[in-house]
Every structure is written in C-alpha cells, then in structure tokens.
Design a binder for this molecule. Structure first.
Ligand code: SF4
Ligand code: SF4
Length: 442
C-alpha cells in the first residue's frame, strides 16, 4: 500500500547535503568573550537599549525593548559588563545599534528564571502570551515574526488548527531534525501550550519523508497527545514555506496578500516550540539556538547549541573551518541564506545555520542572457513569471513588477537555482521588493 504524501505544485529537489550533519548529536559551543546583541533581531520596530555602558547585567536580563506593537525585547545571554553601545555589523549586511557585553563566564542567572513555577495549569492564555512576549520569543524558522502577535490573532479570524513546521527543506540544515530525534517531548509540550493559547484541539506536525527516523520517533510520542497528527510530506523545496505547508496539510490556499490566520491556521517552527515551553515553564528568554554548522570547508560540521550574541568567527573556529578554502559564508541555507562579508557578526535569533562553502559547492557561473527556456516559470512554487520579474527588475520598472505580483514572491531561490544561464533572479526580485516597501513607507 502506498500512503499519500502531502505536497504542492512546483518547487525543486536540490541535492540536500544533509548527510554531512544529520547523524551528529547536538553539542555546545561556548559563548564568546565579547557578546554582541543587535537591537534589531526580529520583524518590527527595533529595540532601544535599556542599559548603559558600565552596567553589570545578569544572564537573562532584558537589555533592549520597544513600546511598538510589533517588536520583541532583547536579553543578555551571559552575565558581564556592558562595554559599548554602538553600531556593529549585523548578519543582514547592515550596521545596527548593538549592546556589547564583556562575558565574565560566570553565567549569573536572573533570579526570576527558575523551574519552581509549576503554574502552567493556572495560567490563562492571555498570561501565557504575556510571558512569551516578555521572553522575546520570535519565529525561529528564519522569519523572526514576534510569536506573541502570531498567537493573538484578531477576534474575527477563526483559528481551528495549528501546524508545526518540521519540514526543514533547505539543503544542509539538520538542526530541527536533531531536535525532533533528541528532545521530541519538549516539542510536544510546546505544541500543547500553543494549542491551549489558541483554543484549538487540532495540531499537525509536518515532516518531509527524507527523515524516517524523526517520523518514527515523533509518531510514537504523538500517540500520547490528543489531537496531534504527524503529516509525512513529500521531500521537495520549498515545502517549509508557510503557504505551501498549509496547502499540503490542510488543502487551504492562503490568498495573495493574506496571512495563514485568514484561512484559520497558525504555523510555528520546531525550535519556537522549545522556546515557548522553556518560557512558560521557567520564564527563560531565548538564550540559545540550535544551529547547523556545515559546508565542505568545515572540518567539524555538526549541530551546535549556541548562545545568541556569539560571534560567527568563534563558532567557525570552534568547528575548525578552513578559511583558505572558504569561498562563501552564509547565514542560513544555500537557497535563502544571506552571504556574509565579514565574520565579525553575532548569532541572532534568526540564525538557523552557518555554512562555510568551498568553490565546488558554490554556483559561481557567469550570468548570460536569458535563453527563454521557461524553467524558472515551470518551477516557481508561487506560479509567478520569474523571467519577467527578472527583466523588469533589471530596468527597475516597479509598477510593472507589481502587476506581475512581485510581492507574492516568497524569495525561495528556486528560479535562480534552476536558471541554466546563471541569472540572479531572486536577488533582483528581493531588491525590487525592498524598493517597493521603501516607497510605500514614504
Ligand atoms: S519568483 Fe520568487 S517564489 Fe518564484 S521561484 Fe523565484 S524566488 Fe521563488
Ligand atoms: S530559467 Fe533563466 S534562462 Fe530560462 S527563462 Fe528563466 S531566466 Fe530565462
């Protein structure tokens, strides 16, 4: 008997290179001596520093916050002294106001963080959302949208289910896979909290069928949780995109310009479940992320628990990367990741991976004129016309780009990946979208 696999139209199956790290147990990488906390690590308003140079801070202490509705506070992940508040390089390629802390390596924890609360049954959904907000939790799948807002949909949106995204469809990345294998119960406990907050009795966990060990473990644990179903997804990129995951699992289509809540669904990532669980159980803000450190230029590739604020240089040195043979360093996967011009940047809440790639792993072919082969159109998972978006981005025709629904592009990278002429289509689309967003603000 062949079981139905959940999937969607379009997309690609690039070689996933997951074999490099998928069997490596999660290990710790020590924090840096100098920890850097950019005040913008989320979608929404940046935070303002609430400490000053010379202050002593505890591990878990809030160091930045904003009064804006869409924002998330920033916390210190070590104890030590604030030594600077200044602009520092950010992994997104800009310079961002950051609080810099000299780590005293004593990990003096804020007193309010402990495991004596035992009050999760007494807390109302509203109180839980307040805790999640105070703990600075954001979507850890890369989007970094503040979780407290996601879990507070407007009253006119009738949410009837939630989905946990365990697809991890980006090549190289295996950190969610390891978390599912090593600490599955924490994921289910986080999901239980999400279901309680949203008042839903149906929760799905979507996992691609290239992760049989994780599927087996998660199915076994799911049998102890009412209303939770494991959905086995066809392995295809970008299966982990919210819209495609919702379509594959529920059959619902999120219309152009709308959000998952408009079709009654809230989606969260595997690591976000862990963060929610820790916050409600112990009031612990996000201290760490599990990240994949991989690429053929890394001698000790693996999945590592890393404190937010730790420098990329320290992480890559710990994983023994070969600087001479590194052609490109990415934050995130090869399809959607951001290329780094310096290693003097910190791990932020949205860092899912750091890849050090050799020449052979990078597609550095020269761009040549479009051959009109149609491959990008055939494979675009959003049903767009990347060939046209590329052409109009080149001449900066923003009005025509809007007519071609450029804003529906999820920046998945499939068009660039499939283009035999090496066109940097996604890159151009991204730039055009930023320009359209900037012109709207004006
Ligand atoms: S146009 Fe956008 S959504 Fe379509 S393949 Fe390219 S990056 Fe992906
Ligand atoms: S895949 Fe590349 S060459 Fe083919 S139509 Fe699209 S842009 Fe042109």
């Amino acid at each position: 008997m062949r079981l139905k696999l959940f999937t969607f139209k379009g997309g690609q199956h690039p070689h996933d290179c997951k074999e490099i790290t998928q069997n490596k147990r999660i290990k710790d990488i020590p924090p840096s001596k100098i920890m850097v906390y950019p005040m913008s690590q989320h979608i929404g308003a940046p935070c303002e520093p609430i400490v000053k140079v010379g202050d002593y801070v505890s591990m878990g202490q809030k160091i930045g916050e904003s009064k804006a509705f869409v924002s998330a506070p920033i916390h210190s992940t070590v104890s030590g002294k604030v030594v600077a508040i200044e602009k520092r390089p950010h992994p997104n390629g800009t310079n961002v106001l950051s609080v810099v802390i000299e780590n005293d390596f004593e990990d003096k924890l804020l007193e309010t963080i402990n495991d004596n609360y035992n009050d999760e049954c007494k807390l109302s959904p509203k109180e839980k959302i307040e805790i999640i907000k105070e703990c600075g939790i954001v979507g850890l799948g890369g989007a970094t949208f503040p979780t407290h807002i996601k879990l507070s949909p407007p009253p006119d949106k009738q949410i009837d289910c939630c989905i946990i995204n365990g697809a991890e469809c980006e090549p190289y990345l295996t950190s969610d896979y390891r978390v599912m294998i090593e600490t599955p119960i924490v994921i289910f406990e986080g999901l239980k909290q999400i279901m309680n907050i949203l008042g839903v009795n149906k929760g799905y966990i979507g996992i691609e069928n290239n992760k049989p060990e994780a599927i087996d473990i998660m199915k076994k644990v799911a049998s102890n949780y009412d209303g939770v179903e494991i959905c086995v997804l066809k392995t295809k990129y970008p299966q982990g995109s919210e819209k495609h995951l919702i379509k594959a699992i529920t059959g619902r289509e999120v219309p152009s310009g709308k959000l998952p809540a408009d079709v009654g669904v809230v989606v969260n990532n595997i690591d976000t479940c862990t963060a929610i669980y820790n916050a409600i159980k112990t009031r612990q803000p996000i201290f760490t992320r599990i990240i994949t450190v991989s690429g053929l230029a890394v001698k000790e590739p693996g999945n590592y628990r890393v404190r937010i604020g730790t420098g990329f240089d320290d992480i890559l040195n710990h994983a023994q990367f070969d600087a001479e043979n590194t052609v490109k360093v990415l934050m995130g996967g090869p399809m959607m990741g951001i290329s780094q011009s310096t290693l003097n940047v910190p791990t932020i809440k949205g860092t899912s991976a750091i890849l050090a790639l050799t020449y052979d792993e990078c597609h550095l072919d020269k761009e040549v004129s479009c051959a009109r082969c149609g491959k990008c159109v055939e494979n675009c998972p959003m049903g767009l016309m990347p060939v046209q978006l590329n052409a109009y981005s080149k001449i900066n025709d923003l009005e025509t780009l809007k007519k071609y629904d450029v804003l529906d592009c999820i920046e998945c990278g499939v068009c660039s990946f499939t283009c035999p002429c090496g066109n940097h289509i996604t890159q151009r689309i991204k730039l055009a979208k930023r320009q359209i967003a900037a012109s709207k603000k004006k």
